[in-house]
Write a new protein. Structure first.
Length: 309
């Protein structure tokens, strides 16, 4: 009885910590200026945290990262997680530490639940279950994070044509590139907040003294999107050679709008194939039951009547 109480107590504490970690990782912050400053410092923070882990000088949640990074293969896992978090638009200071805590707690919960379910089984099956629980505990959070990365990239890709078109119009009014990007960021803040925040980050980096080419390179690394890479290269080259950026942006916006239309048509074309499996598994059996069962029941009733005679 005491063992049962301890197990449920540990399970409840683990679930509570999982819930807290998830809320801390994904909750929306209320300080826009702080959000932008953290985005500006995201690349430096990644390098600083990596150095802190190597030197064991981290404080607070960074201690957890140091402990995990000291395990063989842990440093690569933490670096990969930080990279995915950045590309998913989650750039809080302690995002990597919270993600690591969330993953470890989820793995602990799976292992505890499996040990509880397999408590009366032989050790061989228990060992295999533990391996499966450990694999699932580390793979499922990564799959969720990769899903968030894809969703963030899709938001940026959907926002690029309209935003670039507006940027070209703003540049045509005579504003400089930094002023135009900030103006576009302010206008698109409520329509396309993800891309607006990225543009504002680039402008703030340039105003802080960073070269525009370096700022756009960091934008490309943060997003990992080919369209953003082409846009950054076009802006840098136009500034370098002195060509008309407004006209180039207009042509580029039309090209991206055509790409978006083609992606939508491709998605519509794939919809029929994707619907084939649920139709065969869920809809056709129901149709067969609805159409055949009444006839079979009437036939069985007639046979029963004939046999009675």
């Amino acid at each position: 009885m005491l063992i049962h109480a301890v197990f449920f107590l540990l399970a409840g504490a683990t679930l509570s910590l999982l819930l807290w970690s998830g809320i801390e990782l994904f909750r929306t912050q209320e300080d826009p200026l702080g959000d932008r400053l953290e985005e500006l410092q995201s690349q430096a923070l990644v390098a600083a945290r990596s150095a802190a882990r190597r030197k064991n000088t981290g404080r607070g949640l960074d201690r957890i990262l140091f402990v995990v990074a000291s395990v063989p293969g842990g440093d690569d896992w933490v670096r990969g997680s930080e990279k995915l978090l950045n590309r998913a638009g989650i750039r809080r200071k302690n995002a990597a530490a919270i993600y690591v805590i969330l993953t470890l707690l989820f793995t602990l919960l799976l292992v505890s639940g499996l040990v509880w379910l397999q408590r009366n089984n032989p050790a061989s099956s228990l060992l295999g279950g533990l391996v499966a629980a450990l694999i699932l505990g580390f793979m499922l959070p990564k799959m969720v994070l990769q899903r968030l990365v894809k969703r963030y990239r899709r938001k940026l890709q959907d926002a690029l044509p309209d935003t670039v078109d507006l940027l070209g119009i703003t540049l045509g009014t005579g504003l400089a590139l930094d002023q135009a990007m900030m103006r576009v960021s302010e206008e698109m803040e409520y329509i396309y907040p993800a891309l607006a925040a990225e543009f504002a980050t680039v402008v703030m980096q340039v105003r802080a003294g960073q070269e525009r080419s370096v700022a756009f390179q960091q934008l490309v690394r943060r997003t990992g999107i080919e369209d953003v890479k082409s846009l950054a290269a076009m802006i840098v080259q136009s500034e370098k050679f002195g060509t008309s950026l407004a006209q180039a942006l207009k042509v580029y916006a039309d090209d991206m709008r055509e790409r978006r239309r083609l992606r939508a048509e491709a998605a519509v074309g794939k919809a029929g194939i994707k619907m084939l499996f649920p139709i065969v598994v869920f809809i056709l059996p129901v149709l067969f039951i609805i159409t055949l069962v009444p006839g079979m029941l009437s036939v069985l009733e007639d046979l029963k009547t004939l046999s009675g005679r």
